[in-house]
Design a protein around this ligand. Structure first.
Ligand SMILES: *Cc1c(COP(=O)(O)O)cnc(C)c1O
Length: 434
């Protein structure tokens, strides 16, 4: 499979290059030149298959030409060492729980897959030069990537995060690991962290000094595997006879997660329509209404992993539908919620069903509650475990959310981080001395 850039000015790449480079030379995002449709027979029998079997079929359609089948099988099964179950919350609203991985968020799936695929490719390279992964995080990316790569030989991870803008629980999940993981605490906002990473990839001198790659949701090895669990959600709903008129609702920030769902749809996954649920960062919502994409500085909200003012993966969605606002708005609708509405939703849902939403999932739940037709069944992604946002959730619901042991273990660790300004010259200087 070949990959082209959404900006159209970079050379075509193979999977190996797309994974190692992350971002194309022209700053565009890589797109597969084809999206292979899966056969009808697969969908006819999907409810009889396990999550891992389904995922391996989907992975083969994307990566089968470029990765040895046995290796791909191991990568998929190793990645999905945990389940992504579908749970009924209320009436025809279901949740796809994506928080059963090591860091309790959906990003574990993409990060674990990417770490394993990157290692597969590095091993094939002569000299096995160390690869440095740069990742900007607004909260959960950093922990998922750091844990996905922890202890993986030949790879060093630098996690850039905005000082004081991630929760203490999020922070400890990437600042306490040590080994091949370095946390960089940037005096700025998430968009500054993302700009530092993007500039680093464009800097010739830096790239001559060290081999750099990205693990943000822009990397094809991170975002495509997220399609796996949408197929599984469909299978599990079909098992219950609830798969007709299925609506998938994704709490969105950088739009990698929903983009994977849309790729699934292009492969033939029978989803009727999609909803992108935003917090107050409503750039995509506005685009749907007006046809104009106008990035803005990100605003800090309760659902902080979705505080993105210029969602990278918009470029992929735009490209996927031939830049047609008409096509995009026919398939995807939007929703946007203030912090006050998020709080209200969390209380309402807890009262009505006993289900504890995290602030991100709350946007997804509410978008279904507001927008579902009577004949539709909705599945929203619960993108993180509520305990990841314990202080907020406890305060909003007046409860004491239990902390799963795998999270408690991080909280006992000692924080280590490198302070950094948002000035690229400082970041470059630091990396040049590594
Ligand atoms: C990253 C994240 C999101 C947003 O996902 P995107 O792929 O960036 O749209 C939503 N919820 C949580 C908990 C996250 O960590």
């Amino acid at each position: 499979m070949k990959y082209y850039s959404t900006n159209g000015k970079a050379p075509i790449a193979d999977l190996h290059k797309a994974v190692v480079k992350g971002l194309a030379e022209d700053r565009g995002l890589y797109m597969p030149e084809r999206i292979n449709k899966l056969p009808q027979e697969f969908f006819d029998n999907i409810e009889k298959m396990s999550f891992q079997e389904i995922a391996y079929t989907v992975a083969s359609a994307f990566f089968g030409e470029d990765v040895d089948p046995d290796a791909l099988h191991d990568i998929v099964y190793d990645t999905l060492a945990f389940d992504c179950p579908v749970v009924n919350v209320k009436d025809n609203i279901y949740t796809l729980e994506l928080f059963h991985g090591p860091t309790l968020a959906f990003k574990d799936v993409g990060a674990r897959f990417m770490a394993r695929l990157l290692q597969y490719f590095i091993k094939q390279e002569e000299g096995h030069k160390e690869v440095n992964v740069l990742v900007a995080t607004s909260g959960d990316t950093g922990s998922a990537v750091a844990n996905g790569f922890l202890g993986v030989e030949g790879i060093h991870v630098y996690v850039l995060y905005p000082k004081g803008k991630v929760s203490p629980i999020q922070e400890c999940q990437f600042t306490t690991l040590g080994k091949n993981i370095t946390a960089i605490e940037v005096d700025g906002v998430f968009d500054d962290c993302q700009a530092l990473v993007k500039n680093a990839f464009m800097d010739a001198e830096l790239n001559a000094h060290m081999k750099l790659t990205s693990a943000n949701s822009i990397n094809v090895a991170r975002f495509l595997p997220q399609a796996f669990y949408y197929f599984n959600a469909y299978a599990r709903m079909k098992e219950q006879g609830k798969a007709d008129n299925l609506v998938i609702c994704v709490p969105s920030g950088n739009f990698g997660n929903i983009c994977a769902a849309l790729f699934g749809h292009e492969m033939g996954l029978p989803i009727k329509r999609f909803i992108a649920a935003n917090n107050a960062n409503d750039i995509f919502y506005k685009y749907l209404q007006t046809g104009k994409y106008e990035p803005k500085p990100s605003k800090q909200t309760l659902a902080n992993a979705m505080d993105v003012g210029d969602p990278s993966n918009f470029a992929r969605i735009y490209d996927l539908y031939g830049k047609s606002h008409e096509k995009i708005s026919a398939l995807i609708s939007g929703a946007t919620y203030s912090d006050e509405q998020i709080r209200e939703t969390m209380r309402e849902c807890y009262k009505a069903s006993g289900y504890i939403l995290d602030p991100h999932g709350a946007c997804g739940y509410q978008a279904l509650a507001d927008g579902l037709q009577p004949d539709e069944v909705g599945v929203f992604c619960e993108t993180a475990h509520p305990a990841k946002f314990k202080e907020k959730v406890d305060e909003i619901l007046g409860i004491d959310v239990a902390i799963p042991e795998r999270l408690a273990a991080f909280m006992r660790g000692e924080k280590q981080s490198v302070p950094m300004t948002k000035d690229f010259a400082d970041f470059k200087d630091y990396l040049m001395h590594q």
